[in-house]
Design a protein around this ligand. Structure first.
Ligand SMILES: Cc1ncc(C[n+]2csc(CCOP(=O)(O)OP(=O)(O)O)c2C)c(N)n1
Ligand SMILES: [Mg+2]
Length: 592
């Protein structure tokens, strides 16, 4: 339709009088359906902040405490809604702080826009105050990087940025905003949102999938990817249930499949069940839906054979990613949701693998049986109790760290619950993601899980929750160390504890200082009442779980890692941090 006709029909935005670039940008965001902006301000985008001042309540402006937090919040929005939010940071230092969030969004395939205030265009190349060339800086981190130097280009670039962020393999787009163009007065219309239909799978390929599945005796599905819709998820479940295919989920994609369903077999990633990994080696068909079959899922690219001697069917929205490492028997380029809908419409095969599916499910159930861990606080039992305490549509966010293994092993997520975390293993994601999630979905329970290391990276974003009046619940797993690295260290250099011990504040008092609700849990039976009090408080809450540092993973103690290896002769007098792991050193001692 011609623009003039569209205006007549009322489907295109009206003509506008002169506006400054910042206002044009704010209006362009509204026109493209962006309704949340997470920002840390800078003088480099005052005009854009001014433009947002009267965005008519159509954009929620969330003021954050740290750029990494702001970008992680935008990432959480993208993971939960499948649509991009915007983050805004200032030039140089702001962009550097925010960069981690761009890397998360890139590796996790999350649609997102990051706007960076830029120096005045006229000073480019002078090494001006906070000058950075963002096209270079973000080249390997973002899906697309651009800069707007003319206010008249704003609607076009923003519209294209949204299309780039959401099409094919979704990802982050970085847009630098030259300072002076934000102030320029221009007369230019807004542009409507693209109405592009999602990519449909080739019907012949979908039929071929059915043929391959019918031939299999031991198929396994690996589910991953981003931007699943409710309809897409429902169709995926229907297809996999009808065909009784055992289902695994990719690293930190745990809630992509309903763990309560009898064909769910567990997660593939860091610290996964060795039994399940063994089963993958027995499989005779891999059906990867949305999974890139990446590093973590394939256990460092060792789980599958690159030549594809076990047939792999891989469904991804970007053909360039299909068979990137492992050659496929069948690659289907498609939006994941349209694929799932097409697959669910197929006549189910007569699955001959009921026993196989049952075997895999039994493995999952065996994993979920809680062992009798040493110490008063059994985190396995805590996770099983949390499962009963989470509401039907709760959102759980996670961080990088060994603590995350407790949830993936013991917690099942239901159909409407969501679990989001950085598949790229970035610490500091969980708390900002929870704050962002609670701002976007204030009526849903939001629980952040984080280690003591990760909490002290971005835990201050809890201030943003207070500022915006929302109440997430944070579970801090405190083992007084960078536990994951200590685990690796003990494997490679047993007994030689170097650079991995931590000294922490009193976490409960920390949140109380903001006016929040603090709890300390030292024994299993204290957890449920503490969680219930946290919910009942209605305030942002923090529950410190004082864990047994010796229990370094759900399957191993530090002693296990050292077993069979001699203690090396001390060449220097051991420092305090080299004390046995279960003995707390430093100021934490009094709370041991
Ligand atoms: C930003 C960032 N820095 C460093 C690392 C390396 N790293 C991975 S896990 C980890 C330790 C996490 O410690 P904590 O949050 O206390 O969790 P724990 O492993 O003790 O459960 C570190 C340092 C990382 N993944 N991300
Ligand atoms: Mg820790």
């Amino acid at each position: 339709m011609e623009l003039a006709q569209a205006r007549k029909a009322g489907t295109a935005p009206p003509h506008r009088g002169p506006r400054h670039g910042g206002k044009v940008l704010a209006d362009a965001l509204v026109a493209q359906g962006i309704d949340h902006v997470f920002e840390v301000p800078g003088e480099s985008f005052l005009d854009t902040l001014d433009g947002l001042y009267d965005s008519g309540g159509k954009i929620k402006l969330v003021t954050c405490r740290f750029e990494a937090g702001a970008v992680n919040m935008a990432d959480a929005y993208g993971k939960l809604t499948g649509r991009p939010a915007a983050a805004m940071v200032t030039r140089g230092p702001g962009a550097c702080h925010g960069a981690i969030g761009v890397h998360v969004a890139y590796q996790d395939s999350t649609p997102m826009l990051l706007f960076v205030g830029q120096i005045p265009h006229q000073d480019t190349g002078r090494d001006a105050f906070q000058e950075v060339d963002y096209r270079q800086m973000f080249a390997p981190l973002a899906k697309w990087v651009t800069q707007i130097d003319y206010a008249k280009r704003i609607p076009e670039v923003v519209a294209h940025a949204v299309d780039v962020a959401t099409s094919g393999r979704p990802g982050p787009v970085v847009i630098a905003l030259s300072e002076e163009m934000q102030r320029d007065q221009v007369q230019i219309p807004d542009l409507p949102r693209a109405k592009t239909s999602p990519a449909f799978p080739d019907p012949d390929s979908v039929l071929r999938l059915r043929v391959l599945l019918a031939k299999a005796k031991k198929p396994i599905a690996v589910v991953g990817g981003s931007c699943w819709t409710t309809a897409g998820r429902a169709a995926l479940h229907k297809f996999l249930i009808q065909n009784n295919v055992p289902v695994t989920v990719g690293f930190r994609r745990q809630s992509h499949y309903d763990g309560t369903i009898a064909n769910f077999a567990g997660d593939l990633g860091v610290g996964s069940d060795p039994g399940l990994i063994g089963k993958l080696k027995e499989a005779d068909l891999i059906l990867a839906v949305g999974s890139r079959l990446g590093d973590a899922v394939t256990q460092g690219y060792t789980l599958l054979d690159m030549a594809g001697s076990v047939p792999i069917i891989q469904v991804l929205p970007d053909g360039a990613e299909i068979g990137r490492v492992f050659r496929t028997a069948l690659g289907i380029v498609s939006d994941l949701n349209t694929f799932a809908i097409a697959a669910a419409a197929l006549e189910p095969v007569k699955p001959a693998w009921a026993k196989w599916t049952q075997e895999l499910r039994s493995l999952r159930e065996a994993q979920r049986a809680v062992p009798n861990y040493q110490g008063p606080l059994n985190l396995g039992t805590v996770m099983r109790e949390l499962e009963n305490l989470l509401t039907r549509d709760a959102i759980v966010t996670t961080d990088a760290g060994n603590f995350a293994g407790w949830a993936t092993r013991f917690l099942n997520f239901g159909e409407h619950q969501r679990y989001i975390g950085p598949t790229n293993g970035a610490m500091g994601y969980s708390v900002p993601a929870a704050v962002g999630a609670k701002i976007v979905f204030p009526d849903r329970m939001v629980v952040s899980m984080v280690g003591d290391g990760g909490f002290m990276m971005t835990g201050q974003e809890i201030a943003t929750a207070f500022h915006h009046g929302v109440a997430p619940i944070v579970l801090v797993f405190n083992n007084q160390m960078y536990g994951t690295i200590r685990m690796h260290q003990e494997r490679v250099y047993p007994w030689r504890v170097s650079g991995t011990g931590l000294t922490n504040p009193d976490f409960a008092k920390y949140i109380e200082a903001f006016g929040g609700h603090g709890e300390v849990v030292t024994a299993t039976e204290e957890f449920s009442p503490a969680f219930q009090r946290a919910v009942a408080s209605g305030k942002p809450a923090l529950i410190e779980l004082r864990t047994n540092p010796e229990q370094i993973t759900t399957r191993a103690t530090i002693a296990d890692l050292r077993t069979g290896r001699k203690q090396p002769k001390a060449t220097v007098k051991p420092k305090r941090a080299a004390a046995p792991a279960h003995r707390v050193s430093g100021p934490g001692k009094k709370r041991g």
